[in-house]
Design a protein around this ligand. Structure first.
Ligand SMILES: Cc1cc2nc3c(=O)[nH]c(=O)nc-3n(C[C@H](O)[C@H](O)[C@H](O)COP(=O)(O)OP(=O)(O)OC[C@H]3O[C@@H](n4cnc5c(N)ncnc54)[C@H](O)[C@@H]3O)c2cc1C
Length: 404
C-alpha cells in the first residue's frame, strides 16, 4: 500500500487548491474525489470574487492576497480559470432605502458608487430600470469555479501529486498513520484533510468525529450557450443568504438531529435574484437558499424554477427567458461566517479545510498559508502564520472531540 504524507478528501475549490499548494511545497499528496463529474457546490457556483468583503484583518489580507493569486493562476496553472475583472451591479428594490444599503458596505475595503436606474442600465442594458429604485456599482472579479478546480488538479498531477476516484466511507487513526477507507480501496497516510463541502459533518460523524459545520441547499438555473451578452454581474446589493446562514447556525442541535434523519426546515427559504455569464456564453441565475438540516433536499424543482424565473423576470427580463436546467447542491458554512481550518480534534492527523462563506475570495491565499503551516508543523517549526490561522480553528466552537 502506498503511503502519502497528506490525503485530501474532496476536489472542489477547497481540496483542489490545497492539494496544489501542498504539492508545490514538495509534499506527497493523494486527492480523493467520489465523482468524476461532480455535483458539488463548486460545480454550480457563480465564481464571484468579492475581494473587498473581508470582515476581519485576517480575511481582508487573505482576500487581497487571493486576488493576486487568481491573477497569477492565469499563467501558473495548466488550464484556463477564466479569471476576469468586471463590474458588479447591486440592485436596490423600491422597498429599500439606498442610503441604508450603502451603510452596510461601510466596513469593506472598497466603497460602492450609488447609481440611478438610468445609470445602471447604461452599464448593463439587460436591466429593467423600472424594477429598481437605485443600484450600486462595485469592482468585482470572476472565475469559472469548476474549471479552476480542474486546473488546480491537473497542474497538481503534473507536479507529481496523485488522484483517486473513490467514495470515502470512514477514516481511522492508528499508530502508524491514518487509514482512509473508501468504497474501492483503503489508503494510508500521515494526515487526512476533509475538503468535503456540505457533507463534512456527516462524513466525520461516520468516523466518530464531531464538527460544527452547517450547510444550505442552494437551487439555481444553468443554461446552455445563448445569444445574450451580459456586461456585468447582477446581484442584490444586500445578499440575504448571509443573514439566513447566521440565523440558521445559532442553534447547533437541529444540525446534529439532521444527521439521524430528523429533517427540520429552520428558516423560510430566500431568493437572492442575480445572474451572470461565463466565457462560453452560458448563464447561471438564481439563487434559492434553504436551511433544511437533512442532506437530502425536499423541494419541488418546478416550483423553485418558477420562483427564480419570476423573480428574475422583473430585474433581467430577457435573461429570465433563456431555457435552462434547475440544479441543486449543498453549500457549507460555519456559525460565525469564517472557515473551519485545522485539526478536528486533539489528533492533529485529522484536519478540515471547509465552510468558507466567501470561498472564491479567500480560498487561494488560505490554502497557501494552511499548506505552509502543515509543512512547518511536520518539521516542528513555529511560524507567525500558525497564530494567524488560530482564529479559524474548528475548536473555536468548543466541539471538537470524538463523540459517541
Ligand atoms: C449557485 C451558487 C452560487 C455561488 N456563488 C458563489 C460566488 O459567487 N462566490 C463564492 O465565493 N462562492 C459562491 N458559492 C459558494 C461556493 O461555490 C462554495 O462554497 C464552494 O464551491 C465550496 O467548495 P468546497 O470545496 O468547500 O465544497 P464542494 O465544492 O462541495 O466540494 C466538495 C467535494 O467533496 C467531494 N466529496 C464529498 N464527500 C466525499 C466522500 N465521502 N468521498 C470522496 N469525495 C467526497 C464532493 O464530491 C465534492 O466534489 C456559490 C454556490 C452556489 C451553489
Amino acid at each position: 500500500m502506498q503511503f502519502y504524507e497528506v490525503i485530501i478528501i474532496g476536489s472542489g475549490i477547497t481540496g483542489a487548491s490545497l492539494a496544489y499548494e501542498l504539492v508545490q511545497l514538495g509534499v506527497k499528496v493523494l486527492l480523493i474525489e467520489q465523482h468524476d463529474k461532480s455535483h458539488s457546490a463548486t460545480r454550480y457556483s457563480y465564481g464571484g470574487i468579492s475581494y473587498w468583503a473581508g470582515m476581519t484583518d485576517l480575511t481582508r489580507s487573505l482576500a487581497q492576497e487571493s486576488l493576486e493569486i487568481h491573477r497569477q493562476n492565469v499563467s501558473a496553472l495548466d488550464l484556463p480559470t477564466e479569471f476576469r475583472e468586471l463590474p458588479l451591479i447591486g440592485t436596490i428594490s423600491h422597498s429599500q432605502d439606498p442610503i441604508a444599503v450603502l451603510k452596510t458596505y461601510a466596513h469593506f475595503t472598497k466603497q460602492p458608487r450609488l447609481l440611478t436606474p438610468a445609470e445602471a442600465v447604461d452599464l448593463e442594458p439587460l436591466l429593467n430600470p423600472d424594477a429598481i429604485a437605485a443600484a450600486i456599482l462595485m469592482p468585482y472579479a470572476q472565475i469559472n469555479p469548476i474549471e479552476t478546480a480542474n486546473a488546480y488538479c491537473q497542474t497538481m498531477v503534473r507536479l507529481g501529486g496523485h488522484r483517486a476516484y473513490d467514495r470515502v466511507l470512514t477514516i481511522s487513526s492508528e499508530s502508524d498513520g491514518v487509514r482512509v477507507h473508501g468504497n474501492l480501496e483503503t489508503y494510508h497516510g500521515d494526515r487526512v484533510i476533509f475538503c468535503t463541502g456540505g457533507g463534512t459533518r456527516a462524513l466525520l460523524r461516520d468516523s466518530g468525529l464531531a464538527i460544527r459545520q452547517c450547510f444550505s441547499h442552494s437551487e439555481s438555473i444553468e443554461t446552455d450557450l445563448c445569444d445574450l451578452q451580459m456586461r456585468s454581474v447582477v446581484m442584490p446589493a444586500e445578499i440575504r443568504r448571509f443573514e439566513l446562514e447566521r440565523s440558521a447556525a445559532m442553534d447547533d442541535e437541529p444540525w446534529e438531529a439532521g444527521l439521524t434523519g430528523h429533517n427540520q426546515d429552520l428558516i423560510p427559504p430566500i431568493l437572492d435574484v442575480g445572474a451572470l455569464q461565463f466565457a462560453d456564453t452560458s448563464l447561471r441565475f438564481g439563487q434559492i437558499s434553504r436551511t433544511q438540516t437533512s442532506l437530502a433536499p425536499q423541494s419541488s424543482p418546478e416550483a423553485s424554477e418558477q420562483w427564480i424565473r419570476s423573480g428574475l423576470a422583473k430585474i433581467l427580463p430577457k435573461v429570465a427567458q433563456v431555457p435552462g436546467r434547475w440544479v441543486t447542491c449543498t453549500v457549507a458554512f460555519s456559525a460565525d461566517h469564517l472557515p473551519l481550518v485545522g485539526p478536528v480534534g486533539a489528533d492533529r492527523r485529522v484536519q478540515v479545510f471547509s465552510g468558507f462563506s466567501n470561498p472564491m475570495a479567500l480560498v487561494p491565499a488560505t490554502a497557501k498559508r494552511f499548506a505552509r503551516q502543515l509543512v512547518s508543523d511536520q518539521n516542528l517549526v513555529s511560524s507567525e502564520e500558525h497564530k494567524e490561522l488560530q482564529t479559524l480553528l474548528p475548536s473555536r466552537f468548543g466541539m471538537s472531540s470524538i463523540s459517541s
